[in-house]
Design a protein around this ligand. Structure first.
Ligand code: FE2
Length: 350
C-alpha cells in the first residue's frame, strides 16, 4: 500500500504532517530523521493537530503524525521492529496500552515533570505509559422511564428487575473488557462471572454497534439503561443535527458506585517507543502533553476529562456533575484483560 500524505497548513507554513497507515518511502524516512517527533496516533481530532502545531512553535520540533486504528498501529510498530520511525504511540484505553507494553513496544520514561503532574492512578507504575485524558464509563437512563435513584451501581445492572432493558456494546470491545477487569479487582472473579451472566440476561437485544448506538436505542425506547462513556453523550448534545440533540436530551447520567469503589475511569494515553529514533524530542512531547495548555485542548477535543488537577473542563461535560472515580491503577485493566475476556465469553456476552 502506498502512503497517502497530506500536509496541514497553519498560517502559511506546514508544521504538522499527517500520514495514514502505509509504508514509508525513502524521502519520508529522511524526514523522520531531522528535528522531529514521530507520533503514531489513533486520535484524529483537529484540535490535536492545532495543539501539536503549538508544540512546534514552542520547541522547533516538527510533529509527524501517523494516524490509524489502535490495533493496527500497535501491529505496525511490531512489524517495523528496530527500523520503526515511531517515537510515540498515542492510543485509547489502558487495556490497549497494556497490550503494547506486553508486546515490548515501550521503554520507561523517567521524567519528574510527568511523575509530578500526572496522578499515579493514570500512569503505568513503571512509567511505560501515561494517561493524558480520562474517560468515565457510566450508566445512562431514559429520563421519562427511570428515576435516577433506581440504580446506583454497576453491580445492579445484573438485577433481574432490569430484565430486557439494558443496552451495551459487545464484550469484544476493550472498553467493556476494562470495565470487567475493574469489577474482577473489586468484587472478585466468581461474583464478576455471576454479574456478567445477569447482565446478559437483562439485555434488551444482542450487542450491536458502539456506545452512541446504545444511547440512541434508549432514547428511541428499545431499552431503559445504557452503558457508555460520557463523551458520547456530550457529542450528541453538541451535534449539529437537531434529532441527535433531541435524543440526547432524553438521557440522564448516573455515575456508578459513588458509595463504594467509584466510577470506572479509563484513559487515552501515550508512551515512548522502545526503538524511538528521537528520544529526547519524544520526552519533551510527552511533557508538553501534561502542560495545562495541552491538557485543556486534549480533554476538550473529545469531551473528556483532563488528568492534571485544576485544568478547566468543557461546559457540557461539567453539566454532567462531579463524581468520585475508581482510584485503582489503570494498568489493572490490562492485567485482568484475558480473564475478563474468558468471563464474558463464558457468560455468552457476544
Ligand atoms: Fe471511544
Amino acid at each position: 500500500m502506498r502512503i497517502s500524505r497530506r500536509s496541514l497548513l497553519w498560517g502559511g507554513s506546514s508544521l504538522v504532517t499527517v500520514m495514514t497507515v502505509g509504508r514509508l518511502t525513502d524521502s519520508e524516512r529522511v524526514l523522520a530523521q531531522t528535528n522531529v517527533v514521530n507520533v503514531y496516533s489513533s486520535r484524529h481530532y483537529d484540535s490535536d493537530k492545532e495543539l501539536f502545531r503549538r508544540f512546534t512553535q514552542a520547541t522547533g520540533i516538527r510533529v509527524n503524525v501517523l494516524e490509524g486504528p489502535d490495533d493496527q498501529l500497535i501491529e505496525r510498530i511490531r512489524s517495523e521492529g528496530n527500523n520503526s520511525p515511531a517515537d510515540i504511540l498515542f492510543t485509547v484505553d489502558a487495556g490497549r496500552l497494556w497490550r503494547a507494553q506486553e508486546a515490548g513496544l515501550f521503554q520507561p520514561v523517567n521524567s519528574p515533570i510527568l511523575t509530578r503532574s500526572i496522578p499515579s492512578a493514570v500512569r503505568e507504575p513503571g512509567n511505560h505509559w501515561f494517561g493524558f485524558t480520562r474517560r468515565a464509563r457510566v450508566i445512562m437512563y431514559h429520563k421519562d422511564r427511570v428515576k435516577p435513584n433506581e440504580i446506583s451501581t454497576y453491580e445492579e445492572l445484573a438485577d433481574p428487575k432490569w430484565r430486557g432493558q439494558i443496552l451495551v456494546r459487545s464484550s469484544r470491545h476493550v472498553y467493556n473488557q476494562s470495565l470487567v477487569g475493574a469489577l474482577i479487582r473489586h468484587i472478585g472473579q466468581a461474583r464478576t462471572e455471576k454479574w456478567a451472566q445477569g447482565v446478559v440476561q437483562n439485555l434488551a437485544r444482542p450487542p450491536q454497534g458502539g456506545d452512541t448506538d446504545q444511547i440512541r436505542a434508549v432514547a428511541a425506547g428499545a431499552g431503559n439503561l445504557a452503558v457508555s462513556n460520557t463523551y458520547y453523550l456530550a457529542r450528541l448534545l453538541k451535534s449539529p443535527k437537531p434529532e441527535d440533540r433531541e435524543a440526547a436530551q432524553k438521557i440522564g447520567i448516573i455515575f456508578p458506585n459513588q458509595n463504594s469503589w467509584g466510577t470506572h475511569v479509563n484513559v487515552s494515553g501515550a508512551g515512548l517507543v522502545k526503538t524511538a529514533p528521537n528520544q529526547r524530542n519524544a520526552q519533551r512531547f510527552l511533557e508538553f502533553l501534561a502542560s495545562r495548555e495541552a491538557q485543556e485542548a486534549l480533554a476538550k477535543g473529545n469531551n473528556e476529562y483532563p488528568v492534571v488537577a485544576g485544568v478547566p473542563i468543557d461546559s457540557v461535560v461539567a453539566s454532567f456533575g462531579t463524581f468520585k472515580s475508581d482510584p485503582i491503577n489503570a494498568s489493572v485493566f490490562g492485567r485482568n484483560n484475558a480473564l475478563a475476556l474468558k468471563i464474558t465469553d463464558r457468560a455468552g456476552w457476544a
